[in-house]
Design a protein around this ligand. Structure first.
Ligand code: ADP
Length: 502
């Protein structure tokens, strides 16, 4: 479970990187610090070794008290173990043979101490020790603070000059002189190792602290960043369980997940609206179908109650036929809508002229207009477009029928076709009742009737404009309406030219 969690995987990777980075940095720092300290010690060893060489390893010396050529001055007494070597013969005057321990070199003129003086100070403070051997292995000098087990170092190659070595907790610099003598200076690393130990402990503490804080901050960020996912899955679960009104609380809309949450919220809202429309549609369709079925049942029932005359039976059958016809129209309209919704009729596209299609529709509606003494006026200019001629004829017929139906007796209906900006346009205007502004946004909804009580009794289903709009949309066109109550309405359908669509 933990391995499959995005948060844990992020944390594991983040933690791994953090540990690698911190341990790398801390180790690097430790190694650098250790090398610096050892290099400083090595440099000091070199500094304290140099002044010893003229005394214990003069180039031509052969015995423990031999002195190099050019050396002048009184002969020194033989060195005893533990004696401080004293300054080289050509160096500044020094206190002769001071014991190990505090001993101040003379510093003429208060000058800062030179190599020899520093060597003197270093040996006097007991920080460094030294030893010297003759070629044959005989030790000619050793400091009292030198380790007891100190033996003459072995030269590994004939021409080896200086070597630096770490022996136990001691760091030693050994000088092999060509005449076979060996001089060694060394110092204890105990303090340095203790300091390094403390440093490593501090670094582990600091590194551990950084890892813990980094991990905690990473955990907090990951929790915060992934919180919308938990909310999304919870909300999606509730929606799946049937509560379509639920929405994700997308407070952080700037983040990617926040944006995803708002996209999902929009989708949920559209889903809810679609389900709501679907539910409304089913209920409306059932309601519309129930009316003619009820009419048929009532008519048949009352007729069968007693013996009727032939004329009465005929009247009943005619009423049933009207109801059945109404049902037929309704079912056909529903089927048409279902086909349009499924996009089954979208494929039929052929070049046609809207003006010719409109002329056919006018001829079809003319009798109806004549019945109501409504004048049908046509202003048909060529308007070529591409589409399904039968469906576009249905669009124009629906608009014309409505224009006649919702007109006053003796009114006028005008149909015009034209091309405007490359688009084929058909306009149907009437001088009828007009549509109130509050109804205008809904007249293309399924089963919507501005005056439901009156129009349903006249067999109007409220599906005509819904079908019209679906067909127009399927052709990539638009339909607009302007209307004024008492003056009339004007419907404009616009089919974009092929280049405009592309
Ligand atoms: P119906 O079958 O009721 O005519 P439609 O979808 O064709 O259904 O029209 C929806 C509603 O729009 C109608 O009930 C009517 O109120 C209104 N309407 C449509 N066309 C016109 C028009 N030309 N003049 C006035 N009202 C109209």
């Amino acid at each position: 479970m933990i391995l499959h969690s995005i948060k844990w995987r992020l944390q594991a990777w983040h933690g791994f990187l953090l540990v690698c980075l911190v341990s790398g940095l801390m180790t690097g720092f430790y190694v650098f610090e250790r090398r610096e300290k050892l290099q400083a010690i090595d440099a000091e060893l070199g500094e304290v070794l140099t002044p010893l060489l003229p005394r214990y390893a003069p180039p031509n010396a052969s015995g423990p008290n031999a002195r190099g050529p050019g050396n002048r001055g009184p002969q020194r007494p033989p060195m005893r173990e533990g004696d401080f070597p004293g300054p080289p013969e050509d160096g500044p005057p020094m206190r002769d043979n001071p014991p190990d321990g505090p001993g101040e070199p003379r510093q003429p003129g208060g000058q800062p101490p030179g190599n020899r003086e520093r060597a003197m100070l270093a040996f006097a403070s007991g920080k460094f020790y030294y030893a010297a051997w003759l070629e044959g292995g005989e030790r000619i000098a050793i400091a009292t603070n030198a380790p007891a087990e100190l033996t003459k170092p072995k030269q590994e190659t004939p021409n080896q000059g200086r070597i630096l070595r770490t022996r136990g907790e001691n760091r030693e610099l050994v000088q092999f002189v060509p005449n076979g003598r060996v001089v060694l200076v060394g110092t204890s690393l105990t303090d340095t190792l203790m300091q390094l130990h403390k440093l490593s402990f501090a670094l582990v503490l600091i590194g551990g602290g950084i890892v813990v804080v980094g991990f905690a901050v990473g955990w907090w960020l990951a929790t915060r960043a992934l919180r919308p996912i938990a909310e999304i899955s919870q909300t999606a679960g509730e929606i799946a369980a049937g509560d379509l009104s639920r929405r994700i609380n997308a407070s952080e809309t700037e983040s990617e997940l926040g944006q995803l949450a708002s996209v999902l919220n929009d989708t949920f809202a559209r889903l809810q609206a679609t389900f709501e429309q679907q539910r409304q549609f089913t209920s409306d369709a059932a309601h519309e179908l129930r009316t003619p079925v009820s009419v048929i049942l009532t008519q048949v029932q009352s007729t069968l109650n007693k013996e009727r005359s032939g004329a009465e039976y005929r009247e009943t059958l005619e009423a049933c036929q009207r109801a059945a016809l109404r049902m037929k129209k309704l079912v056909e309209a529903l089927l048409e809508l279902a086909r349009l919704d499924a996009g089954q009729t979208a494929g039929k596209r052929e070049p046609m002229d809207l003006s010719r299609c409109a002329a056919d529709c006018v001829a079809l509606v003319q009798p109806l207009a004549g019945e109501r003494k409504i004048q049908l006026r046509s202003e048909l200019a060529a308007a070529p477009c591409v589409g399904d001629a039968d469906q576009l004829a249905l669009v124009i017929t629906n608009l014309l029928t409505n224009a006649v139906h919702y007109n006053r007796e003796g009114g006028e209906v005008c149909i015009a076709t034209r091309v405007e900006d490359g688009a084929a346009i058909v306009t149907v205007s009437d001088s009828g009742l007009g549509i109130a502004p509050e109804h205008l946004p809904h007249i293309f909804d399924r089963f919507y009737r501005a005056d439901a009580a009156r129009t349903s009794s006249q067999g109007r289903s409220g599906l005509g404009l819904a079908i019209t709009k679906s067909i127009v949309s399927a052709h990539g066109g638009t339909i607009e309406v302007t209307s004024e109550v008492g003056k009339g309405s004007s419907f404009t359908v616009r089919f974009a030219s092929e280049t405009e669509k592309a």
